[in-house]
Ligand binder design. Structure first.
Ligand code: FPP
Length: 254
């Protein structure tokens, strides 16, 4: 890996995504139920949101519940749903006062009404905030997102020859978020697991063995330092990039 002289000092990701993996193992190692790992995972998330805000990250997108997580034991699924209600009542006021905008991405149709209402409330209360936007992926899958974007294309009557990357991108859940810069996965697994499939195309990937409840400011800074040293070329040979590290034109060359 070579370090880029271009804008290295300013190289904080605008948009960071995290797969918060390892809660279950963290709890198992302490002989506690998995849901306790998720509870500590929420505390880690709150810490990381504030650390990201302090570091100037504009968008943080986190994988809180995947389309596949319904396959977990019923007790764990209901524990996670209940955790949403607990987290919203415990942390929402502080988030709102700290300028955090919360947005939910994912298929809301299958989520219980009281969970949906808690998310609706969190979104409404924080809609005017801009210090950082936290996109919570809940009942989300990257493939689901592409499918619903395709459905929207058809609904909007877009002709096949008019379908280009922009037409798809503007119908995805993160249509108005900046390009994804850095994708972190904790917990030691090295895969994307149907998270932001479209957006990961040019993101830098960072994998760490750290279990999510242990992920703190130091661990975040290690990931950010690694990112700052990456040479982002978007398919180019030479560094045809602006001072802040973004390409002059995002359209990649082959
Ligand atoms: C993966 O760890 C983690 C999840 C499936 C859930 C992540 C959720 C949180 C951190 C809580 C977020 C909640 C709110 C309210 C935003 P795992 O259980 O798969 O860990 P393992 O690989 O060790 O089993």
């Amino acid at each position: 890996m070579s370090s880029s002289p271009t804008g290295a000092a300013a190289r904080v990701p605008r948009h960071l995504a995290i797969v918060m993996d390892g809660n279950g193992r963290w709890a198992n190692r302490r002989l506690m139920p998995r849901v306790i790992g998720h509870k500590f995972g929420v505390d880690a998330l709150v810490r990381v949101i504030h650390a990201c805000r302090e570091r100037g990250i504009e968008h943080l997108t986190v994988f809180a519940f995947s389309s596949e997580n319904w396959k977990r034991p019923q007790e764990e699924v209901s524990g996670l749903m209940n955790l949403v209600l607990v987290a919203v009542s415990k942390y929402l006021t502080r988030m709102a006062n700290d300028g955090v905008r919360i947005r939910i991405i994912g298929d809301r149709a299958r989520v219980a009404a009281k969970v949906r209402e808690a998310w609706d409330h969190a979104e409404a209360l924080t809609a005017g905030n801009r210090a950082i936007t936290v996109n919570v992926a809940f009942n989300y899958g990257g493939r689901w997102d592409m499918v619903q974007a395709c459905q929207a294309l058809v609904r909007d009557g877009v002709a096949p020859e008019a379908i280009d990357e922009a037409a798809i991108a503007q119908r995805l859940s993160l249509a108005d978020a900046p390009e994804l810069d850095l994708f972190i996965r904790t917990g030691g697994e090295v895969r994307i697991s149907n998270f932001l499939l479209w957006q990961a195309a040019y993101a830098e990937l960072y994998f760490t063995d750290c279990l999510w409840p242990d992920f703190d400011e130091l661990a975040l800074d290690a990931a950010l330092a690694d990112y700052a040293a990456r040479d982002r070329r978007y398919g180019r040979v030479k560094k045809d990039v602006k001072a802040d590290g973004t390409p002059v034109s995002f359209a990649p060359e082959t």
